[in-house]
Design a binder for this molecule. Structure first.
Ligand code: ADP
Ligand code: MG
Length: 244
């Protein structure tokens, strides 16, 4: 159920943003839409949005507690959460611990190869261009982020990797890779600072069961490996999340 009658600010592939009641806030509504290959493949998967809302709430809270500022304020209901409104930086950061997906295709490396150090990749957040790969020179030259912002995003991305890896290791899940988005907000001195935005869920993490290597993330949908909800539900229940 949607609690608000506010105007839609933005409708994306997986979520809708509404204005919150308080200034500088938004309500993030999680839809059941699943997309892959830049929305070439699309389906409605009943209750996916609910699972992502709860899983993202859980992980954002942990990340915030570990010292990375996030946009998350509180979950409102099954499908909605209150967040701080940010100016999204149009750069997606992907952190990879093992090789799978586009990095395997791009460089012809071995699937599941364990990296000695996590690899950070940057992609331009632009669906019509197919989210092209970037390097740091592009980001700075096109002024998508300032040098200090780029450094803090990289630092936060690696810190988030450590936090999430530990959480998932405890429940016998390997964190293979994930994608994060950051945004700018003003502090009380009107100075910009960077916080984690968007969501952290099996839609944008690759999660493999440690023992069986069974996929518990959106690759189930991308590659038609079975029931997506079974995978997401497994992640939620191992995290101890109760969905009424
Ligand atoms: P998309 O199809 O663009 O990926 P989503 O369905 O993921 O969209 O909807 C979320 C959109 O809202 C994304 O474009 C994301 O960058 C943006 N967003 C996420 N968190 C915030 C925030 N705190 N403030 C403003 N925009 C946000
Ligand atoms: Mg998105």
């Amino acid at each position: 159920m949607v609690t608000n009658i506010n105007k839609i600010v933005y409708e994306g592939k997986a979520k809708i943003l509404y204005n919150g009641l308080e200034p500088k806030t938004l309500i993030q509504y999680f839809k059941d839409d699943a997309t892959a290959n830049n929305a070439e493949k699309h389906a409605i998967i009943k209750s996916k949005g609910i699972l992502n809302n709860f899983i993202s709430e859980y992980l954002m809270n942990k990340i915030e507690l570990c010292g990375v500022p996030t946009h998350f304020i509180k979950r409102i209901n099954d499908r909605e959460q209150l967040i701080k409104k940010v100016k999204i930086i149009p750069v997606e950061l992907v952190v990879r611990n093992k090789a799978t997906g586009s990095i395997v295709k791009r460089y012809g490396i071995k699937e599941s190869l364990q990296f000695n150090k996590p690899i950070i990749e940057f992609f331009y957040k632009n669906d019509s261009l197919g989210d092209p790969l970037l390097n740091e020179n592009h980001i700075l030259e096109f002024d998508w982020a300032k040098p200090n912002e780029l450094e803090i995003m990289k630092y936060y991305a690696l810190k988030i990797n450590k936090i999430l890896t530990d959480i998932f290791n405890n429940i016998k899940i390997d964190l293979i890779d994930f994608k994060v988005e950051f945004g700018r907000i003003k502090d009380n001195k009107n100075k910009d600072f960077i916080i984690l935005a968007d969501e952290i869920s099996p839609d944008n993490c690759r999660l493999w069961d440690t023992d069986t290597k069974k996929r518990l993330d959106k690759d189930i949908f991308r590659k038609d490996l079975g029931d997506l909800i079974d995978g997401y539900q497994e992640v939620a229940s191992r995290l101890g999340i109760k969905i009424n």
